[in-house]
Design a protein around this ligand. Structure first.
Ligand SMILES: [Zn+2]
Ligand SMILES: [Zn+2]
Length: 215
């Protein structure tokens, strides 16, 4: 399994390229900027992108989407509940002072339990709403790409449109903390971590561990 991490765009998003070593097929997760760098990495690693999959559609995660789509002709996959967030991405970007053209709708709408095949690898879709309504995590072979749902020592913000704290905590409890401790979590910003480390050390997850908070 190939995992390339690129830190891209004005808000330092982690864009991941996940590929099959044998077939050289790959998916691009969260093309948040630096389209050139993403395309160069694909070329250097001799990877053929078969899809672009987004953990969610906040503008910082899709700044390079339109260009990557045009250059690779790879289809774009997004959770079905995230279409609204995508539709307002350009507005969100302009509010933060980053002009961006509005991306076209997704070619494939995902739901919980769907699988995205990359050669012999399979990315399993975990619907994890809370940061946004259609946020997903992607589980593959002991690795989970968690977007802005969970960070090393923190959790996603829930004060943006469609966000909800209780929903986010339930998603983390039911979809991420149920994974084995050694599972490596790759967030949308910052360093990778493990589920076990976050279970033990993440102060924002303490209400779940102590049972003092339930949803
Ligand atoms: Zn976000
Ligand atoms: Zn983000």
């Amino acid at each position: 399994m190939i995992i390339e991490t690129l830190i891209v765009g004005p808000l330092a998003v982690n864009c991941y390229i996940v590929g099959d070593e044998k077939t050289r097929e790959a998916v691009i997760i969260d093309p948040g900027g630096n389209a050139r760098d993403i395309l160069d990495t694909l070329r250097r690693e001799q990877l053929v992108p078969i899809a672009i999959v987004n953990t969610h559609a906040h503008f910082d995660h899709i700044i390079a989407l339109t260009e990557i789509r045009a250059q690779t002709r790879a289809p774009f996959y997004l959770h079905t509940d995230e279409a609204k967030i995508l539709a307002s991405a350009q507005l969100g970007a302009s509010m933060f002072g980053f002009p961006m053209s509005q991306p076209a709708p997704a070619e494939r709408l995902l739901k919980d339990g769907d699988e995205v095949q990359i050669g012999s690898l399979s990315l399993q879709v975990l619907h994890t709403p809370g940061h946004t309504p259609g946020g997903i995590c992607l589980l593959c072979d002991g690795h989970v790409f968690v977007g802005d749902t969970l960070f090393q020592g923190s959790i996603g913000r829930t004060d943006l449109p469609g966000g909800d704290y209780g929903t986010l905590m339930a998603s983390i409890r039911d979809k991420l903390l149920t994974l084995p401790n050694e599972t490596i979590a790759h967030p949308g910003h910052g360093d990778s971590t493990t589920i076990g480390e976050e279970r033990q050390l993440n102060p924002f997850l303490r209400p779940l561990a102590t049972g003092r908070w339930t949803v």
